[in-house]
Design a protein around this ligand. Structure first.
Ligand SMILES: [Zn+2]
Length: 237
């Protein structure tokens, strides 16, 4: 691991994704932290154009810093989508410095946004491991879990309701059977009572004991019914 002078406000340390650069002193917002440096690659040079590694820092269309050299401590700085530092590019001077964009406390990991191209090529396929993206994923997972739980509870509630409904239905059925049998029993009791008192049990019987006008009676008005003549009745006898 490269030596770092004790006057520098950072050290190389273990991070979530391997190694990273950590603040050893408080770094104020706007302060320059470290320079990102290495051999300049010219896109017009065929040999340079063939060089490919993860530490290439494109300054402009023509110039790119090859930051893979051991002395470039800044290459340890990891990417973050919500960083505490930024890369400050001076295109004319072909110089890049990493600068704090927030106050960084001792022990905090220094991070800057590597940019859209790097993100798309290297980070998106494997999933960005920065705190912001991890939190986002954790939140999504928590939401998915909550949704699953909600659906489960809903299904359970539905099943319980169905069971309850069925139970009520069953109970009602039982009650109806009981009721029907008790009605039958009451009816036979009443019939017995009526027979005993000399009146034939009649479903149409009313409280007065007079027969109800039947349909036949209604079609043949009561007034027209000829009473049997007593003489004829006598003759028959
Ligand atoms: Zn991220």
């Amino acid at each position: 691991m490269p030596e770092i002078s004790s006057s520098k406000p950072y050290r190389i340390g273990r991070s979530k994704t391997g190694l990273g650069l950590f603040a050893t002193k408080k770094i104020k917002k706007g302060d320059k932290i470290i320079r990102y440096f290495g051999p300049m690659l010219d896109s017009k040079n065929k040999k340079h154009d063939d060089i490919d590694n993860k530490y290439l820092f494109e300054i402009n269309n023509r110039w790119t810093i090859d930051g893979s050299v051991r002395k470039n401590i800044a290459r340890y700085i990891n990417h973050a989508c919500r960083p505490n530092a930024e890369s400050d590019v001076n295109s004319r001077k072909r110089k890049v410095v990493i600068r704090a964009i927030k106050t960084i406390e001792p022990g905090e990991e220094i991070k800057y946004d590597y940019g859209t191209d790097y993100f798309k090529i290297f980070l998106k396929p494997i999933g960005c491991k920065c705190d912001h993206c991890e939190k986002k994923r954790a939140k999504k997972r928590a939401e998915a879990r909550a949704e699953k739980l909600r659906l489960k509870l809903k299904a359970e509630k539905k099943a319980a309701k169905k069971a309850e409904k069925q139970a009520v239905k069953d109970a009602r059925k039982k009650k109806t059977v009981v009721k029907a049998s008790s009605v039958k029993a009451a009816a036979s009791k009443a019939a017995k009572r009526n027979t005993l008192s000399g009146v034939k049990a009649n479903a149409h019987a009313r409280g007065t004991g007079k027969p109800t006008r039947t349909k036949a009676a209604r079609t043949k008005p009561l007034g027209r019914v000829q009473p049997k003549s007593p003489a004829r009745a006598k003759r028959a006898l």
